[in-house]
Design a protein around this ligand. Structure first.
Ligand SMILES: Cc1cc2nc3c(=O)[nH]c(=O)nc-3n(C[C@H](O)[C@H](O)[C@H](O)COP(=O)(O)OP(=O)(O)OC[C@H]3O[C@@H](n4cnc5c(N)ncnc54)[C@H](O)[C@@H]3O)c2cc1C
Ligand code: SF4
Length: 557
């Protein structure tokens, strides 16, 4: 497609443009309007969301610490239909072996791991509720539009985003349905794309935001929503495990949360610094559900939804520089997850509020397109910084010493920080980025996964069906392989095609054609988890936003 021959884009101007209607983006939008009302100065805010509706692409656990929501909308509990209804009633931690498990006594857990006061719920539902609040305050929200390009002004500052063109065919040429994208121009643009945001990744590179920081680390989280038999339902029960089915060198663990309406959320996270290219996070999850401590909860129930999403795990030492001329990263685009608590949504809300304050102050001073330095300098001393600093060594210890010793040392470290306010380890580094941790297939052992039983474990394609993912087929493939020769020579020949296993949606396949192995990309199955963009051993695959509205359609994940 010849860009120069296309009609120019129409544009709209705002004070603040926000990319992504997750908890970070919506909280920033709400806070900006609140601050505008308080100061008597109207602040215009727009939010673009690539999902077909708000919440369609949101996937989380979730046990939600309401600290952020309490500050943003203090009266949320008084809503006749509040977004969180089920307080945590019981916390259980298990170390699993193949046939059983040991329950760890709660008194061994550092107090910060206690979920008392938190809620079991769906982050998708929270986002839908926040979106209604934001719209009532005058925020414009456009679901079904992906921000596909960052706009820069003549000085190189971020000046907004452009939404993707619609109706571009698979060959890259306009079809009969062609519609040009829109320019959304802002005095400040906040990037709230979540883990491994595609535009955030470009900005981190362009403004060298990760310079001097540890590499960002990630996990892939797979999740199913079940309706269980009434006798299996314990509203508010929160159960975590580590150990089986992963070996002791592979980080990860499970969650099982009982929500209202007989709904149980079961999920499994595999740290993406795993080494064996034969490992399949999807199959590990399916196998986990057959464990005697898990199976009885699900048997007799019905699986309602399936999905997957990357989660950031680098924590305190991997947070990039947040502000750059004209904009800032908020939420998991910056990587604010507290890894041992598997919680990031509270920090997403708090970081949205912090950035909103910095942007509102800047606007009040008549500024535009400069750096929101107050946000950058403020976060470490804020509740977010305190939350992340005290758990900063848990992930590096786990990566270095494996599950048993690593978790024990991580526990000791959290106790030391709680009781003495210091860590015996200082601040540990993460080592290699996740794409560099795979061993060649020749040095790795194949893993024999059991066949799904169709009762609690299932195959990939019937699972993807339950993500309701859908993409316009006649559009360019949104998974860009830079060098097909390298994909064959390395991803296939050296690593035995790990993409076919790490992709939770069966997008990638190596298929024999005319005596050759061909890389097939079933892009329409993609659930936007971003794992390929993170784990491809050569960083040869780039995820870009497909046509807006495409992707999963999660109900309340
Ligand atoms: C399996 C799993 C379990 C988790 N469990 C918990 C838990 O129990 N408790 C907890 O607090 N946290 C948990 N987390 C972490 C939590 O989900 C994140 O911290 C939180 O979702 C981050 O919010 P966010 O707004 O930054 O990003 P997201 O929630 O990822 O939202 C980003 C939004 O931006 C949209 N978007 C992205 N790019 C574009 C674009 N270019 N154009 C338009 N829209 C775009 C996306 O579609 C999405 O709607 C879990 C995460 C995972 C994966
Ligand atoms: S193609 Fe990539 S982003 Fe899409 S589901 Fe597979 S691993 Fe995730």
């Amino acid at each position: 497609m010849d860009e120069a021959a296309l009609p120019s884009r129409e544009g709209m101007d705002y004070d603040v443009v926000i990319v992504g209607a997750g908890p970070a983006g919506l909280s920033a939008a709400i806070r900006l309007r609140q601050l505008g009302e308080e100061s008597g100065r109207e602040i215009s805010v727009v939010v673009v969301e690539k999902g077909s509706e708000v919440g369609a692409h949101i996937l989380s656990g979730a046990v939600i610490d309401p600290v952020g929501l309490d500050r943003l909308v203090p009266d949320w509990r008084e809503d006749p239909d509040p977004p969180l209804k089920t307080p945590v009633s019981e916390d259980r931690f298990y170390l699993l072996g193949p046939a059983g498990g040991v329950r760890l006594p709660n008194f061994l857990m550092p107090p910060l791991m206690n979920n008392h006061g938190a809620y079991v719920g769906s982050l998708g539902t929270v986002c839908r509720w926040l979106a209604a609040r934001a719209e009532a305050l005058g925020v414009e929200i456009y679901p079904g539009f992906a921000a596909s390009e960052v706009l820069f002004d003549g000085n190189g500052a971020v000046a907004g985003v452009a939404t993707g063109d619609m109706g571009v065919g698979r060959d890259g040429e306009p079809t009969g349905n062609f519609t040009r994208g829109m320019e959304l121009r802002g005095k400040y643009t906040l990037f709230a794309e979540g883990a491994r945001g595609s535009l955030s990744k470009q900005l981190i590179a362009r403004f060298a935001l990760a310079k001097g920081r540890e590499p960002q680390k990630f996990g892939i989280g797979l999740k199913e929503l079940w309706q269980v038999a009434p006798e299996q339902h314990r509203p508010g029960l929160v159960q975590h495990s580590f150990g089986w089915p992963l070996d002791s060198k592979t980080g990860g663990g499970s969650f099982l949360y009982h929500m209202e309406d007989r709904q149980v959320m079961v999920g499994f996270v595999v740290h993406l610094n795993y080494a064996n290219p034969y490992l399949s996070p999807f199959e590990e999850f399916q196998r986990f559900k057959t464990h005697p401590l898990v199976r009885p909860t699900l048997e007799g129930g019905k699986r309602l939804a399936y999905g997957a999403r990357a989660i950031t795990e680098g924590g305190f030492q991997s947070v990039p520089k947040l502000a750059f001329p004209g904009g800032a990263l908020i939420g998991c685009a910056a990587g604010f997850v507290n890894v041992p608590r598997i919680k990031g949504s509270h920090n997403a809300v708090l970081s949205g509020m912090l950035a909103a304050q910095a942007a509102a102050d800047a606007l009040a001073e008549g500024r535009a397109h400069d750096e929101l330095a107050a946000y950058e300098t403020g976060w470490r001393g804020s509740a977010i910084g305190r939350d992340l600093a005290r758990v900063r060594n848990v992930k590096p210890l786990w990566s270095r010493f494996g599950t048993y010793a690593g978790i024990a040392l991580g526990g000791l470290d959290m106790w030391a920080q709680t009781l003495l306010g210091v860590s015996p380890f200082g601040t540990l580094g993460h080592g290699k980025p996740d794409y560099a941790t795979l061993k060649p297939a020749a040095a790795s052992k194949k893993i024999d996964y059991p066949r799904p039983d169709g009762v609690v474990s299932f195959d990939r394609l019937s699972s993807v069906f339950l993500s309701n993912t859908n993409h316009e087929e006649d559009q360019p493939v949104h998974l860009k392989v830079a060098d097909m020769g390298l994909q064959k020579a390395s991803e296939h020949d050296v690593y035995a095609g790990p993409s076919a296993r790490y992709c939770p949606a069966g997008v990638y396949e190596w298929v024999e054609k005319d005596g050759d192995e061909v890389f097939v990309i079933n892009a329409q199955n993609c659930v936007h988890c971003k794992t390929c963009d993170i784990k491809d051993p050569n960083q040869n695959i780039t995820w870009v936003a497909p046509e807006g509205g495409g992707g999963p359609n999660y109900p309340n994940m």
